[in-house]
Design a protein around this ligand. Structure first.
Ligand code: PEP
Ligand code: MN
Length: 335
């Protein structure tokens, strides 16, 4: 159930409706909008009887929500959510470019790549300090040292930094350093991690699980929002299919579907979708054309020496060309 308040409803009216709902055993959450406030009714096991709500002062209408997700749904909030990350707005008029290496390897590697991507037009720097690797013998990331390097990158370049939070054990530490907390594909349904991210004051970049439906992905975002964190950015990064020519299959159709169903911004990661450098630029261009709210691209100044995902990392010169191309495509969308 979604209760839409009248445009002229007083704060007192909103409070009364919430109080009434809570007295009846429901959990209610007010959602401020551009024009009016809505109230989402959460944790209801059966449909809420709309009749008495509709009679309350300030209430415009009570709508039954037909989707299993509520807070992430466009039915609950019609206008696009813009997630503020420092001075960067994700989900606004302009698409956001996040770029950087797969993993932070050392200070000079991170700073070299950061300067290059910033000069090319990146808005946010990415780099993993805690890496979820398929093999326990692969490079696992620098841990806190990597986070300290990310803080230096932010200081040196002015770019906000995004990094993955892999588990509850490192959560507080990652949260203390990062501007965006990334939840990776392997953790999309790690519900205790999602709940903890929901308690955080930091924006969350939620990657789609490699075998998740759009509904499961949005329900994962719902976990974060239900705990009180409205700043969720969704990231399509490809799903696993039968093909062998790419690491995953980039599901572009998920972008318009998510934008129809949800008010949350949705970006595309062509690097993990492709797995090979030669596919990354075409996929990133297509992501802009499909009207994603941004892209996240892996870049490395010496990919042959990278400790992870070198084969899918763009050279800085390729990234610079890509940024110019993406900008041109973005202009076409505004025609
Ligand atoms: C990453 O972005 O560093 C990463 C590990 O991505 P994913 O979770 O999509 O595999
Ligand atoms: Mn990677």
């Amino acid at each position: 159930m979604l209760i839409v308040m009248r445009r002229d409803a007083a704060e007192e009216h909103v409070k009364k409706v919430i109080q009434m709902l809570e007295e009846n055993g429901y959990k209610a959450r007010s959602i401020p909008g551009g024009e009016r406030v809505s109230i989402a009714v959460l944790y209801n096991k059966a449909p809420v009887d709309a009749a008495w709500v509709q009679e309350m002062p300030g209430v415009k209408e009570a709508i039954a929500v037909t989707r299993p997700f509520k807070l992430v749904s466009r039915e609950t909030k019609a206008e696009d959510t813009v997630v503020k990350v420092g001075h960067v707005a994700v989900g606004g008029e302009k698409m956001t470019v996040i770029a950087g290496p797969c993993a932070i390897e050392d200070e000079s590697q991170a700073l070299t790549i950061a300067e290059a991507v910033r000069a090319a037009g990146a808005d946010i720097f990415r780099g993993g300090a805690f890496k979820p690797r398929t093999s326990p013998y692969s490079f696992q990331g620098l841990g806190e040292k990597g986070l300290q390097i990310l803080a230096k990158v932010r200081e040196a370049t002015g770019m906000p930094v995004a990094t993955e939070v892999m588990d509850l054990a490192c959560f507080d530490m990652v949260e203390a350093y990062a501007d965006i907390l990334q939840i990776g594909t392997r953790n999309m349904q790690n519900f205790s991690l999602l709940r903890r991210a929901g308690e955080s004051g930091r924006p969350v970049l939620l990657k789609r699980g490699m075998s998740a439906t759009v509904e499961e992905w949005l329900m994962a975002a719902e976990y974060i929002m239900a705990e009180g964190n409205p700043n969720v950015i969704l990231c399509e990064r490809g799903v696993r299919t039968f093909v062998r020519h790419s690491r995953n299959t980039l599901d572009f159709s998920a972008v318009p579907v998510v934008q129809r169903e949800s008010h949350l911004p949705v970006i595309v990661d062509p690097s993990h979708a492709a797995g090979f450098r030669d596919q990354v630029m075409p996929l990133a261009r297509a992501a802009v054309a499909v009207n994603a709210d941004g892209v996240m691209v892996e870049v490395h100044h010496a990919p042959e020496k990278a400790k992870s995902d070198g084969v899918q990392s763009l050279y800085p010169s390729q990234f610079a060309a890509l940024c110019r191309q993406m900008q041109a495509i973005e202009e076409v969308l505004h025609l």
